[in-house]
Design a protein around this ligand. Structure first.
Ligand SMILES: CC(C)(COP(=O)(O)OP(=O)(O)OC[C@H]1O[C@@H](n2cnc3c(N)ncnc32)[C@H](O)[C@@H]1OP(=O)(O)O)[C@@H](O)C(=O)NCCC(=O)NCCS
Length: 181
């Protein structure tokens, strides 16, 4: 019998890097449970939630992060319009507490934005979130108070990403429905 050669064994990484895939209806329960866990019952009162109540999310931009086949994170996108310019509102973004700090959240935020902006019919990705988390990923502060949400929002947390340098600062007006055609 040949003893296993430990030195030539390929070490399995303790934790694999997350990957991203489109969500399916089989993920619905996971996403609902994750959002409840991440944001609690108060999530329904959040201003960003009110936007999603008025305008439907785009199921084609609903993504899941998974590690070794286990779903661990989720992000949604809502097509919107501000001042007649079409774009998207990102969120909710959440990673399951047991899978945090592995890059799933940043991967989801980046990937869903790349996919949305690649469509060319939406010119920005807006969100309400922490500058420390999102600005290193490419988001920038908007002109404070210029974009009107259907509820109170900390204007310093209203951030935008766009391929057009000046667009973010010039966005102004109420959030309205994505304009078709
Ligand atoms: C925010 C959240 C999505 C991050 O998910 P994640 O998969 O752990 O994110 P990543 O692994 O890509 O990034 C983790 C890093 O971001 C940091 N980070 C997490 N939340 C942050 C925040 N609000 N502000 C600044 N940094 C933050 C972590 O400390 C960590 O730093 P490190 O890499 O130096 O250790 C997750 O913590 C979560 O679901 N939180 C509850 C819901 C929420 O707040 N969603 C965001 C709404 S805007």
């Amino acid at each position: 019998m040949i003893a296993p050669n430990a030195s030539s064994a390929v070490a399995e990484p303790a934790t694999r890097a997350p990957i991203v895939r489109p969500a399916t209806s089989a993920d619905d329960q996971f996403v609902e449970d994750l959002q409840a866990l991440a944001f609690g019952p108060g999530r329904f009162a959040r201003t960003a939630f009110r936007v999603r109540e008025r305008f439907p999310i785009d199921p084609g931009l609903s993504l899941i992060a998974e590690v070794d086949g286990t779903a661990c994170g989720s992000v949604w996108m809502t097509p919107i319009s501000v001042g007649g310019i079409n774009g998207y509102l990102l969120g909710p973004l959440a990673t399951h507490p047991e899978f945090r700090k592995r890059g799933a959240g940043k991967l989801l935020a980046r990937e869903v934005s790349v996919r949305a902006l690649a469509r060319k019919d939406g010119r920005f990705v807006l969100l309400v979130g922490d500058q420390d988390y999102y600005c290193p990923l490419g988001w920038q502060p908007t002109t404070q108070g210029a974009i009107q949400f259907p509820g109170p929002v900390d204007p310093t947390r209203v951030l935008v990403m766009s391929h057009e340098n000046e667009l973010g600062k010039s966005l102004a007006g109420p959030i309205s429905a994505y304009r078709v055609g």
